[in-house]
Design a protein around this ligand. Structure first.
Ligand SMILES: [Zn+2]
Length: 158
């Protein structure tokens, strides 16, 4: 992903982490596979985003973008847990989570894209596929940005 490269962030799946114990990677990929999205490990000012490849692609893009958003905003994690390999697992508070969700949605589906989708009467399933996001994210963005209501107002006969 170009944005990650630009930020100097490395993106990996648990399988690709050298030195992560077999038990941990099994747990992440099988045992706990449905319960986590993505985490960011920090070593000094280097960040590694580890995402869960067992989710749908559309969810992966949001999960990764969410983690990158924390880094872009410069969120200071509330707690740092030391983890294997002397890496630190970052934890955020609820406000920081909301901000990261918001920025991730904005980066994946900018307002211009939403206007284009709505006014070209693009099918929502197709649009979500085109932008590599979930339909749920698309619907949330259309509502939260007001693009839906602007469209409805414009379509009303005068
Ligand atoms: Zn988060």
């Amino acid at each position: 992903m170009q944005l990650a490269e630009h930020l100097g962030v490395i993106i990996k799946t648990p399988n690709e982490i050298e030195g992560l114990s077999k038990e941990s990677s099994e747990l992440l990929l099988n045992g706990e596979a449905s319960t986590w999205s993505a985490v960011t490990l920090s070593l000094g000012d280097k960040h590694v985003v580890i995402y869960n490849p067992s989710h749908a692609k559309s969810r992966q893009s949001n999960d990764i973008m969410h983690e990158l958003s924390h880094i872009i905003i410069g969120h200071q994690p509330q707690q740092m847990h030391s983890y294997e390999l002397g890496l630190l697992l970052r934890h955020y508070n609820a406000d920081q989570e909301n901000e990261a969700d918001w920025l991730a949605g904005t980066l994946l589906l900018p307002r211009d894209a939403l206007v284009k989708i709505k006014f070209s009467k693009m099918d929502h399933d197709q649009a979500a596929k085109f932008y590599g996001t979930s339909k749920r994210l698309l619907d949330w963005r259309l509502n939260s940005t007001g693009v839906n209501s602007i469209y409805l107002k414009k379509m009303q006969p005068a």
